[in-house]
Design a protein. Sequence first.
Length: 294
Amino acid sequence: MKPKSEASPPDNIKAADSLTSQTVPRYKVGELARTYGIHPQTLRYFDQEGLIQPSRNRETGQRYYSNFDMQRMTLRMQYRNLGCSVQETNRIFQGCDLAEMGEVLQQCAQRMEAEHRLLEIKERGLRRLRERIGKISTHQGRYFYEKRPAMWQHIHMVNGSLVKSDDARDVRKVLLDTMPLSFYSFAFEPAPPKDDPNSYLWNIAAEESDAALLGFDRIPTAQYVPSEHCVYTIFSIKGEAPVSRRSLDDAMDFLAHNHLTVNGTIYGTAIIELGGTDSENTRYFEVWIPVRES
């Protein structure tokens, strides 16, 4: 919508007969921008979108804004703060009734709810990652009795081959959207199959306390894994070597020395990968080993 053509504001703009007018052109672009601490280009953008209709001096092309334009500008910022698009704001300004206004605000509320959920996922994920990284310096190569949190998991890979199913695809999408709150987790059975001693699984998992937020527990083929008392440690692998049972050799030596044996599925979690000065990256993993006395 093109700006209205008007004469320049009269010098006596503050005359009594114009003080109460909402439509008298009063402010230049720069003056109004400085008054509210915004960039002049923001006002020009509002002009182009038809949200404000300033007057324009026929001779110079200079735009002038009235009090009504100023009010329109602040209302536009109000709706922007609520998450309204330009199209929705135009809808409000151009023939929107109360029912339609309610619909627009409902859409804003739904978007805010989704934004709050994503922010909570990020905050929780950041907190979890910092906790795991914080343990590396104190727990790597040492052994502690800890309770592994309950979790939901879905099989991602079996012996290096991806599981191909709709649910597996959906859970990988959850992983990409919500890491590090969701994470990769490996699993070793206590007694490996004789025909495949290196057999292992990679799962995509989330702690029980986070699963509902992620929608993880609503994936039909996801599995619930209850909490369990375990021996806990952290180990690292340099370069690109895969996680294998040999990665747990030191932990198995610790169990044997303390007359303990594995008493259930061993679960581990990938924590972080860091670059090294020797050009080889180092990957860190935490592992929970359920045990019983021999």
